[in-house]
Ligand binder design. Structure first.
Ligand code: GDP
Length: 328
């Protein structure tokens, strides 16, 4: 393990925009060692006043839709207009697949070299809840380091897109040309979560199909109820590969922000996210307390067997275990 610095050194380094220190601080918040948890808390407390001013954008879509290519194109566009951009990922599959989204070094080659950009691969080997918690904290560290736009990528496997939706201001769904099939390929409910649907690969042979896909999404979304944000979901097309339609995506994000700041949804949404996050931490801590409890550890296996064998009802067993924890 690399040597740890004092919390003040991390805090000062982050606030000064030092990327190496930022990286090392993210490693601390990702660590599961007890002493690092204390250090992480001290760092987070120290930088907290400098957070919350960045724009948080979630980007999802099925594998192969072009998320990496799109994020690189959008990132390069943003740095070209002098915005500092951080890219994070919530990728629960990255511990298993070698070709993970950001772990793959051949991706985002240009953006990686950009001095205004910071790219951090997803933490691996954790539960999705753990990855999501780390990503939230990494996001705060990036904000304190002066990154104005945070792009959070997720493959949309399982619950990850819900976590990302819960930590971002704007949620963008990337889709493929070829409407009919595509609408089914996208998980149910995900379209309703989106603030914009962007049909990527609108180039060459795919151009017509992309326009068709966009029209199909328009129709589908037209039928849906107006979202809580008070802003109609925008459908766009782009080519991440050929770098077309990217400024229009940014324009859409900015319009959304302007409207929702004005109608109050922006801050209402952030406030609700903070409260949700608090509950999430309570849930996680309770779960940790439960499974780390000595008495629970001792009896869990035996009780599992009884339940499995049908000798004890699940509810009864759960109560018995909980009683061990709370000594009720
Ligand atoms: P991800 O799995 O969603 O991150 O997708 P990638 O960014 O890795 O892209 C998957 C494949 O689609 C790659 O071969 C890209 O070169 C290709 N691709 C990405 N964007 C575009 C685009 O706008 N047009 C075309 N024609 N291909 C693209």
């Amino acid at each position: 393990m690399r040597e740890r610095l004092s919390s003040d050194t991390y805090i000062d380094g982050i606030l000064a925009g030092d990327r190496v220190i930022l990286s090392r601080a993210i490693t601390v918040v990702e660590s599961r060692l007890a002493e690092d948890k204390l250090l992480a808390q001290a760092i987070l407390n120290g930088i907290l006043p400098q957070t919350g001013r960045s724009l948080r954008i979630g980007i999802t879509g099925i594998p192969g839709v072009g998320k990496s290519t799109f994020i690189e194109a959008l990132g390069i566009y943003l740095t070209s207009i002098n915005k500092k951009v951080a890219v994070l990922a919530v990728d629960p599959t990255s511990s298993k697949s070698a070709g993970s989204i950001l772990g793959d070094k051949t991706r985002m080659e240009e953006l990686v070299k950009d001095p205004l950009a910071f790219i951090r691969p997803s933490a691996t080997g954790l539960s999705l809840g753990g990855v999501a918690r780390n990503t939230r904290e990494a996001m705060l560290l990036c904000e304190a380091a002066g990154y104005e736009v945070i792009l959070i990528e997720t493959v949309g496997v399982g619950q990850s897109e819900i976590f990302v939706k819960g930590m971002t201001d704007f949620f963008l769904l990337l889709a493929l040309p070829g409407a009919g099939d595509e609408l089914q390929g996208i998980k149910k409910g995900i379209v309703e979560m989106a603030d914009a649907v962007v049909v990527n690969k609108a180039d060459g042979l795919f151009a017509d199909e992309a326009a068709q896909a966009a029209a199909t999404f328009e129709n589908a979304l037209h039928l849906a109820q107006a979202g809580e944000s008070g802003v109609a979901v925008k459908v766009l097309t782009c080519s991440a590969l050929e770098n077309r339609g990217i400024p229009e995506v940014w324009e859409t994000v900015q319009q959304y922000v302007a409207t929702t700041v004005k109608n109050g949804f922006f801050s209402k949404n952030r406030a609700a996210q903070q409260v949700d996050w608090m509950h999430e931490i309570v849930r996680q801590k309770l779960e940790d307390l439960f499974y780390q409890n000595k008495e629970v550890k001792k009896q869990l296996h035996g009780i599992e067997e009884e339940v499995g064998a049908g000798k004890m009802l699940p509810a009864e067993a759960a109560q018995l275990l909980l009683n061990l924890l709370f000594k009720i």
